[in-house]
Design a protein. Structure first.
Length: 303
């Protein structure tokens, strides 16, 4: 790990229990003489601003403790700067951390921070907002919205997530008229969802090797679902879940370093690494090579 000063920014939305765990996790950093300053953030909307404040205060290394959404929010403030991003993965999937070769347990990831090395890592953006794994519009943001409502009513659980997904997939009937421009080439179509990926590791987990190859060429992988009737949306999603969906048969796939999507609606909800946000159309996606300086395990090249 680079020399101090170090700031650990943690999503402590889980309350006292979560805060206690964060303080316990950083003990090895203190034992190694790194003396981190811990900042517990209870509202996710404040994560980026707090990371920016820490960067402006001169912290050389800023560690994000949380899931992919938390890491993305902190990375937003560090992209293009000399500040170094560290990660303590505390989420469900932790795709970005895993793509860097970080251990899946938080305790082991802290040890990797102490003995790791700094590598330049790619990211992407949509309308100036960073994403590390993927960004999308249409069906997936709608699914996230339904899931949040179900969680609020019944609590967070795996079954609540499954139920909210089933409700969305069986009722979603809003294909959009889109104009998609990929590296200057325009296409007009109707689709319920556009999914833009920049993390090759995540696509590997779903067996989408064609997209992996595009990302390794420095491009974004742009997936566009076909126009589907309501009952077809569920079948399409099942094929994706079972990892049997294939490009050019079940969806279109194109690689590009820059993508612009125009819709009839002036504002749409965009999902970025699992978080939703209203944005103004058109939606401009851009690959950002070497956007971040990130601590990875020693001997591991950046993803």
């Amino acid at each position: 790990m680079p020399d101090t000063p170090i700031c650990v920014i943690a999503n402590a939305g889980s309350g006292k229990k979560g805060a206690a765990r964060i303080h316990a996790l950083v003990e090895p950093l203190r034992a190694a003489g790194l003396n981190p300053e811990v900042r517990l953030i209870r509202h996710g909307a404040r994560l980026t601003a707090e990371a920016e404040r820490a960067r402006n205060e001169g912290f050389a290394t800023i560690v994000a403790a949380g899931g992919d959404g938390t890491v993305c929010a902190v990375a937003q403030a560090l992209a293009g700067s000399e500040a170094v991003l560290g990660i303590i993965p505390l989420g469900t999937f932790n795709f970005f951390a895993r793509s860097l070769g970080l251990p899946e347990t938080a305790e082991a990831a802290v040890e990797a921070l102490i003995h790791g090395q700094v590598e330049s890592v790619a990211a992407a953006e949509v309308n100036g907002r960073l994403f590390l794994n993927n960004a999308s519009l249409g069906l997936y943001p709608a699914l996230l919205e339904k899931r949040e409502k179900v969680y609020a009513k019944y609590g967070r659980s795996r079954w609540a997530a499954y139920w909210s997904a089933l409700r969305t997939l069986t009722t979603y009937d809003r294909p959009s008229r889109l104009r998609i421009i990929t590296d200057g080439r325009a296409t007009h179509l109707r689709s319920p969802m556009v999914f833009v990926a920049q993390n090759a590791y995540q696509l590997e987990q779903y067996g989408l090797q064609d997209g992996v190859d595009l990302i390794r060429q420095g491009k974004l992988a742009v997936y566009v679902a076909p126009e589907l009737r309501r009952w077809q949306v569920l079948g399409f999603s099942i094929r994706m879940f079972l990892r049997v969906a294939r490009p050019y048969r079940d969806f279109t796939l194109e690689g590009a370093t820059e993508v612009e999507i125009e819709t009839r609606a002036p504002r749409r909800t965009i999902a970025r690494d699992g978080e939703r946000e209203k944005m103004q159309a058109p939606f401009r996606f851009r690959a950002l090579p070497a956007a971040l300086r990130v601590i990875v395990p020693s001997g591991t090249g950046a993803a």
